[in-house]
Design a protein around this ligand. Structure first.
Ligand code: FES
Length: 106
């Protein structure tokens, strides 16, 4: 059931644990689309919950890549936030009104 849901929508919102007390829902723009997250989440968590697994295109192989370590070491999660390039999504808290662009366009 969960696998079918992921395959259909690509989103992982349902994998959030219900028993965790979450803060306010906030809105931000992801690649031009209105997207929701919760205060306190990292940008990476918000992207994954929104179904955005591709973060960039490998410049050599031209294949899509996603985040790797999730703890600030690999730099594979760099996105553009409010016009500032190469911000690590896993080390940045999502804020209301942020404009986030991934680097996965060819
Ligand atoms: S996922 Fe490795 S630095 Fe962000």
């Amino acid at each position: 059931m969960i696998q079918k849901s992921i395959q259909k929508s690509g989103k992982m919102e349902h994998l959030r644990i219900d028993s965790i007390l979450r803060k306010q829902k906030i809105k931000f723009k992801l690649n031009g689309k209105d997207t929701e997250a919760y205060e306190g989440e990292t940008v990476l968590a918000a992207l994954l919950a929104a179904g955005q697994k591709k973060i960039k295109i490998n410049p050599v192989s031209r294949k899509p890549r996603g985040a790797l370590c999730g703890m600030g070491v690999c730099f594979e999660c760099r996105v553009t936030i409010d016009g500032i390039p190469n911000v690590r999504a896993c080390m940045t808290e999502v804020k209301p009104g942020m404009i986030i662009e991934t680097n996965d366009k060819k």
